[in-house]
Design a protein around this ligand. Structure first.
Ligand SMILES: NC(=[NH2+])NCCC[C@H](N)C(=O)O
Ligand SMILES: [Mn+2]
Ligand SMILES: [Mn+2]
Length: 353
């Protein structure tokens, strides 16, 4: 009796879920590739977009029922002679990220979710700038082993992929010198609207800034304590308490454990499992306000062919979750029943043989 009862409840629940499953939001996606590697020193990360295209990413998203428009790869011309202390390749960063920003504005204004394939994490200077310009204000989830919160005065490396959050945050504008070539980029995002997930390799000045400005930051120990779904939802509530802001998820593949995503420039062990990465994206998608996603720091030039394959596959699962793919599976569209079969004679039925 108990069994029958719970079975009925289950059937009712799954019928309701069927209705929910049939409602596909966010099937309109615009994709840009940013084959950019000048935010750090290792070659190879610039071939990320090509590797994802060769893997059939666009076709795969179309196969999920998404309306995908590929806007191709961003190109730019380096600005000569831009020199700022402890900030490598500013002439490349300034020129390329301006183009990225313009592309993101175009895609968002077409009513598409913007999916940006990097490239190193300096690409998010452009994507977030464009997103804010198109939408006014946004909430940002930064999923990363690193805080990417250095200025040129605090960075231990001078690599700009470790600086994008500090360039974007309004509260840090006084801590920067004048940056030639970057006049198009103003710090437009409040620290209140930024949260980190996955941190585990933070420089000392980054720690100081996180504490000084009380930035919402969930490290691995918080994920262990509360679980990834609770952490993601706590982060979303903090950065968007009224549930009304467009959501940007900037996903550095090194947020995943180095065993799950080995082909990346600054791998750190003790990170998210692929399942946890997927869950961050599923919860983000569930808000129905996921408006831009960056997938960065996949470097097909690092590691063995197997390492590269594992990393690309992991990234693909993250992107699928961001595009609305559900691990529960998806019923065929506008179909409510199995195909009926008619048999001409009883003997033809497989059930009678
Ligand atoms: N996007 C990344 N993988 N960033 C790594 C940054 C590493 C270090 N914190 C730096 O400033 O150079
Ligand atoms: Mn990182
Ligand atoms: Mn990063």
């Amino acid at each position: 009796m108990l069994k029958l009862c719970s079975l009925r409840i289950f059937n009712r629940l799954s019928r309701n879920n069927l209705v929910i499953n049939l409602r596909r939001s966010h099937s309109k996606i615009g994709v840009i590739g940013v084959p950019f590697d000048k935010g750090q020193l290792k070659g190879g990360v610039g071939s990320g977009p090509e590797a994802f295209r060769n893997l059939g990413l666009i076709e795969e998203l179309q196969g999920l029922g998404c309306d995908v428009k590929d806007f191709g790869d961003v190109t730019y011309e380096q600005i000569e002679g831009l020199i700022v202390k402890n900030m490598t390749a500013l002439g490349h960063i300034a020129a390329c990220q301006k183009e990225v920003s313009d592309s993101v504005i175009r895609i968002i204004n077409e009513g598409r979710m913007c999916l940006t394939i990097g490239g190193d994490h300096s690409c998010s200077i452009g994507t977030i700038d464009g997103h804010v310009k198109a939408k006014g204000n946004i909430a940002l989830l930064w999923v990363d082993a690193h805080a990417d919160l250095n200025t040129n005065a605090t960075s231990p490396t001078g690599n700009v992929h470790g600086m994008p959050v500090a360039l974007l945050a309004k509260e840090l504008s006084d801590y920067w010198p004048y940056l030639p070539g970057m006049d198009w980029q103003q710090p437009r995002l409040s620290i209140r609207n930024i949260a980190y997930i996955g941190l585990r390799d933070i420089d000392s000045y980054e720690r100081l800034v996180i504490d000084k400005f009380a930035i919402t930051a969930f490290g691995m120990e918080d994920i262990e304590r509360y679980g990834i779904i609770e952490v993601t939802n706590m982060a979303l509530r903090r950065i968007d308490p009224n549930n009304n802001l467009p959501l940007h998820v900037s996903f550095d593949i090194d947020s995943l454990d180095a065993l799950e995503a080995p082909s990346t420039g600054t791998p750190v062990r003790g990170g998210l499992t692929l399942r946890e990465g997927i869950q961050v994206m599923e919860e983000s998608y569930r808000t129905q306000r996921l408006s831009a996603v960056d997938l960065v720091e996949v470097n097909p030039g690092l590691g063995s062919p197997t390492d590269v394959k594992i990393t690309l596959e992991a990234a693909k699962h993250i992107i699928r979750a961001a595009s609305g793919h559900s691990r529960r599976g998806q019923s065929p569209e506008n179909v409510l029943d199995l195909p009926q079969q008619t048999f001409h004679s009883v003997s033809q039925s497989p059930h009678n043989s």
